[in-house]
Design a protein around this ligand. Structure first.
Ligand code: PLP
Length: 431
């Protein structure tokens, strides 16, 4: 069989013919993943990879986790779907757990099927509660692909020109890699961002509904402002009664190691008024959600429903997944293995001139490179070495490392070595 006869080659051509040109894929020759186990996945041609991107941060605990498979299979054998028109003990139990874990007092939870929809719901709540369509968002942010969420996405690579229903005011707070902000100390950076926020509020017309922020920017390349930034923002927001929405779609569930939520790294800031989550909660099944104080959640003056949000089968997966995460101390594991991996990358860094920055927390590590071509080359080399990683950054110049949180120390070391080798090869090509 020649390469052109391989089933994946044919699939690539069919994919291009029938799916949108803007649908992002990885690799010069995209691969088809067919199965996984633990921290590994296999492609249709039988190649095995260590998955350092956890799907796309969706495999929170492990691929094919038996506990989740069992819960899903049992639920599928009973009933697949009922809708929120009927009571569901799984949905109530999950909502109770998520509300308690969120740290938001008097919290209520609304389940959706994605992060986009969760942020959309958060915007609906904030704009209804505050009776304003003005939103503050961070530069370089990503909040989803819908009409409303592209309108608050600051990362221009992901925000197509369209007429947003919202009026968005962008403030500094995520990226400090270049320009005048790069040279500032943490305290100076926070002060400059607060000044920016105040200036934006000066330009706003009347009431502003909310500030939405990712505690660590995900698509933006795992970059974040200094600890305490959001606390400083919060002081200003409180003076105006502006709500704070913490987009925890990538940063939730202990991934950042030291904290269960990303907002907790910001000292006195929290809890936020509204928190959104998605990605790994159901270990890859479609679930997102929004958590808010009852007075905010209950402010909608109309009925609402999500036909598939919080379906019995995704709730069964999420309950089993969350139980595994908590019982096996995976947050502490993310801290331990993330620290190990980071140290390994830091020690190789002097010999890797293409690396500009190593950042992030826990098992959410970003490696900023000199340019987008270096990131693309590293991804290809990593793949050929049997390692899957992610890409991102304002200019597409960062690598994103986010393995399942059950990563072992041996796998962290092995993946670290493969990544360093991929960086070395990408570096050598540039000379
Ligand atoms: N918010 C953040 C921070 C994200 O990273 C993403 C997706 O990557 C979203 C929202 C949108 O989530 P989804 O792709 O599930 O709609």
């Amino acid at each position: 069989m020649t390469t052109t006869d391989l089933p994946t080659t044919a699939l690539r051509a069919r994919h291009r013919a029938v799916l949108p040109a803007w649908l992002a894929t990885y690799y010069r020759e995209p691969i088809e993943l067919t199965h996984g186990e633990g921290r590994h996945v296999w492609d249709a041609e039988g190649n095995r990879y260590l998955d350092f991107f956890g799907g796309i941060l969706t495999t929170m605990t492990a691929h094919a986790l038996p506990e989740v498979t069992k819960a899903v299979t049992e639920q599928a054998g009973r009933i697949l779907h009922t809708s929120t028109l009927y009571l569901s003990s799984a949905m109530v139990e999950l909502a109770e757990q998520v509300a308690a874990l969120s740290g938001i007092p008097d919290a209520k939870v609304f389940f959706t099927t994605s992060g986009t929809e969760a942020n959309d719901a958060a915007l609906l709540l904030a704009t209804s509660f505050r009776r304003s369509n003005q939103i503050l968002a961070l530069r370089n942010s990503y909040h989803g692909r819908s009409f409303s969420t592209v309108g608050i996405t600051g990362n221009t690579a992901w925000s197509p020109t369209s007429l947003s229903p919202l009026q968005t005011l962008y403030v500094h707070g995520g990226v400090r890699e270049s320009g005048p902000y790069a040279r500032l100390t943490d305290a100076e950076f926070i002060a400059a961002c607060v000044t920016d926020l105040q200036e934006m509020l000066g330009q706003a017309e009347g009431t502003v509904a909310a500030l939405i922020a990712e505690p660590i920017q995900g698509v933006g390349g795992f970059t974040h402002g200094p600890d305490g930034l959001l606390a400083a923002f919060k002081e200003v927001l409180d003076q105006h009664g502006i709500l704070w929405i913490s987009d925890e779609v990538q940063t939730g569930w202990g991934r950042t190691g030291d904290h269960f939520w990303g907002w907790q790294a910001h000292g006195q800031a929290g809890p936020p008024d509204i928190l959104t989550f998605a990605k790994g909660i159901a270990n890859g099944m479609s679930m997102g959600g929004v958590v808010a104080r009852a007075e905010v959640m209950d402010c909608l003056g109309a009925n609402s429903i999500s036909t598939f949000g919080g379906s019995p089968i995704t709730c069964a997966a999420a309950l089993a997944n969350l139980r595994y995460l908590l019982e096996h101390g995976l947050q502490a594991n993310a801290r331990r293995t993330g620290t190990l991996l980071r140290a390994q990358l830091e020690s190789a860094r002097p010999k890797l001139p293409i690396v500009r920055d190593i950042r992030g927390r826990g098992l959410m590590l970003g490696v900023a490179l000199t340019d987008a071509a270096a990131a693309t080359a590293t991804l290809e080399h990593a793949r050929s070495l049997g390692l899957l990683i992610g890409k991102g950054g304002r200019a597409g110049d960062a690598l994103r490392i986010a393995p399942p949180l059950s990563l072992t120390e041996a796998e962290a070391r092995e993946g670290g070595e493969l990544l360093i080798e991929a960086l070395r090869r990408a570096d050598a090509e540039r000379e």
